[in-house]
Structure formats: C-alpha cells, structure tokens
Design a protein around this ligand. Structure first.
Ligand code: TRP
Length: 413
C-alpha cells in the first residue's frame, strides 16, 4: 500500500459483481437475499470496522455508572471505529461532541428513521455532550426528483419529528445544509479543505459514482464529511479544531466517514469516531426494502392505533408455523419473525423479551399473541411521539436551528 489513503477504502463496485449472492450496502442501496437480513460479520470485515464486544459494553457501563441502552446491549448498534478513543477522552473529563443527520426526502418518517435519534438522545443524556444534526436537503435535491423548496421544507418538517425525540435545545444545533451554508463561512471553508484532498478517482471507488453522475453528487460527500470537524462550528467550540467527534449512524453511511477519516490527518484534524447500527427491517421481512412511498412497508410516526394494528396483523412477516398444529410442534423462528425483531428494537424489558423468545420458539406462544405484544408497545410509542410532535411549534424549530453557542464552555487554546 503506497499511500495511507488506501487503508480504509473499498470499492462498492466489487460487491456489485456477485449481485446474486452478495449483500449490497451503500448509502443509496441496501439489499440482501437472506431472510435473516444482511450478513453483518461479513460487512464488518469488508468495511474494516470493529465489532462492539462485551468488554467494550462493560467499559461503557463502568465509566457512566449505568446500564447501556438496550439498542447497544442487544447488538443493534453493533460496530464501531475509535469508540475507545472517545471513552478515553470522556474518562479524562475532556469534551467531545455528537454528530448525526437525516436526508429529508419525505414528510413521512417511519419508526426505523427514529432509531439513530433515539440512540443519540441516550448518548447525549448519558455523556452530557453537545450534538449537531445535519439535514441534507441539498443531497435530496441532487438525488431525488424534488425542488430545493421542497427538500428545504421537508428538512423543517422532519426537524419536528427529530425534536420530538426529546433533544435539549441548550445542547443541540440542528441545521439544514441549504440554510446554514449561506450564513456560515466556516462551513464552506471546511468543505473546500476536504474537496481539495479527495480525487474523482477516490469517490468513484468509495461511492461507485460514474461519469454520468452530476458534479453535484460527486462533490456532496465533502458536505456530509464537514460536520465531523469541530472547526466547522466556531460559535459552538470557541474556534477550537481539536474537539473529538462521535457519529452514531446506520452502517450504510460508513462510506462517507471512511472518506472523512482518510482526509482528517492531512487537514490536521482528528478522525471522527463512529458507532454503527444494523438496519431496521421492513414489515415484509429483512430482505425487502422499506420505502417511505409504500405505507404498508413500515409503521409511520403518523399512523393511528387502528393502522398500527392492521399493518402488524396483516403484513408483519411471521416466523410462526403455517398451522396451529405445526406451530405447536415445531415452534416459531425468531430470527426471521419481523414482529419479534421489532420487539428487540422497542421492548425495553430484557426479561420479558427473553420469555417471549423462549415461548415463541417452543411453540407455546402463538403468532397472534406475539403480534399483540408489539401492537401494544407501538401504539403507546407512536401515541406519545404524536403528542410530543404536536407540541413542537415552528418557533421551537427555529430555536434549534439558530446558529448559537450551546450550553458548554470551551476555553480557547
Ligand atoms: N445522508 C444521510 C441520509 O440520507 C443524512 C446524514 C447527513 C447523516 N449527515 C449524517 C446520517 C451523519 C448519519 C450521520 O440519511
């Protein structure tokens, strides 16, 4: 390897060769032929990240003095880069910050979209650190058949659902790329410094761009990379460029941050650390795609109690037996059962979840009763979300989006 920038790189074209068997995972496409979903061990090897093991979880619990979030405990946030570095920083009582985001391509957000935000909220509460949230309305304009006005409006509406996850306005800055770029010199300067260090050949390799992709798409990765560097937010970090960043995201976003980590040392900046999650399955099963345009592929945060009940009963792929007799003798398969999978995301009580798993696997618990457990939890969660979302006024969104200093003090260097 002649140059250090080759280290964290892989070509997306390589995994498109064996389209029949290989999982495809990139920011624009996730697909697999297995009912159990993507092979995450293989993905970790291919991407070169590290699995979050029991020892690391124990270390987090020892450092923070509380049990970790169930999404971490159950291996839904399962992979990381440099998380130990962040824990060392925290142990030394030094600051770090969180960065996550969303591409606003539709008004309708589903429960899967909330997973990274639910987890980020837990990280913010547990470590008491500032958080920046990027809404990539520019990205969705470039990739989708939407106008700038539409994606910018969607960013504003999606911000309400994000805020409804419970973020603290004193510690959280939410920005739309289209809006923030026009009044932040540091944002565009950080983008330029990144752009200068990445060649067309490299983004072709990382993202699979071709000669017919617009130059907007080709240069966009620098926009998503920029918030990983604290120098992009001089108001928040008092001009310091040495505050480490931790990015919670679904693993399909990793290509952006492999590129970011590659350029960081050459910019004299720190590489951002990452925690990656698995994907939230569609109701029809882990190999079919969830889509915001198919209302039956997932549970949306706007669904009524009746819609939740009907969708789960009608569409949630079942790992149960075909008949009552078969189920009672052979038992259910939790590995492919979508209702069980959803419970692992949303049921907080470990003991109850384990009871359900055992009873379903043995055939004692029927699919209808399993679904009922999930319906109750989702109706409650979505109902509470709806109430919190209704309380988020335009004025509250504007407060979160106002460029400002957050609650934390950073002594100048
Ligand atoms: N590209 C992401 C999406 O389409 C949005 C995003 C921007 C993001 N910055 C991020 C996601 C940082 C996770 C972490 O959803």
């Amino acid at each position: 390897m002649s140059n250090p920038s080759q280290i964290e790189k892989m070509s997306l074209k390589d995994d498109q060769v064996n389209e029949e068997e290989e999982d495809i995972v990139n920011p624009w496409e996730v697909s697999t032929h297995s009912a159990k979903g993507v092979d995450y061990d293989k993905l970790i090897r291919k991407f070169g990240s590290t699995r979050i093991d029991h020892a690391l979880i124990k270390r987090i619990e020892n450092l923070t003095g509380r049990p970790v979030h169930h999404l971490l405990r159950r291996g839904i946030f399962f992979s990381q880069r440099d998380l130990e570095m962040i824990l060392n920083v925290y142990e030394q009582k030094k600051p770090f910050y969180l960065y996550t985001g969303r591409g606003p391509s539709s008004e309708a957000m589903h429960m899967g979209h909330l997973i990274p935000f639910i987890f980020t909220k837990w990280l913010q509460d547990t470590f008491d650190v500032p958080l920046v949230i990027q809404l990539t309305d520019d990205e969705k304009f470039l990739w989708k058949d939407l106008t700038l006005e539409q994606t910018n409006h969607l960013a504003f509406e999606n911000a309400k659902d994000i805020i409804a996850c419970g973020f603290d306005v004193e510690k959280t800055f939410i920005f739309s790329d289209l809006d923030f770029l026009t009044n932040s010199p540091a944002f565009y300067r950080t983008i330029c410094r990144i752009q200068k260090l990445v060649t067309y050949n490299q983004v072709k390799g990382i993202f699979g761009f071709t000669d017919s992709d617009s130059i907007g798409k080709i240069s966009f990765p620098a926009v998503q990379a920029a918030p990983s560097f604290s120098c992009m937010f001089p108001e928040i970090f008092n001009g310091r460029s040495d505050i480490p960043c931790l990015i919670p995201c679904a693993i399909d976003q990793d290509p952006y941050f492999r590129m970011t980590r590659d350029v960081a040392p050459r910019m004299g900046c720190l590489k951002p650390a990452l925690v990656h999650s698995t994907f939230f399955p569609a109701l029809q099963g882990a190999q079919s795609k969830m889509s915001a345009s198919d209302p039956n592929s997932s549970i949306f945060v706007t669904d009524t109690d009746q819609e939740i009940k009907d969708k789960i009963n009608k569409y949630a792929f079942s790992g149960g037996g075909a008949t009552v007799e078969e189920h009672k003798t052979k038992g259910g398969n939790c590995e492919v059962d979508v209702s069980y999978q959803y419970l692992t995301f949303f049921m907080e009580d470990d003991q109850r979840l384990e009871e359900i798993r055992m009873a379903y696997t043995s055939g004692e618990l029927m699919t209808g009763s399993l679904k009922k457990e999930l319906i109750d939890i989702l109706q409650k969660m979505v109902g509470e979300h709806r109430q919190r979302r209704e309380a988020v006024t335009d004025e509250i969104v504007r407060q979160f989006m106002k460029p400002r200093k957050l609650k934390y003090d950073y002594p100048a260097l």
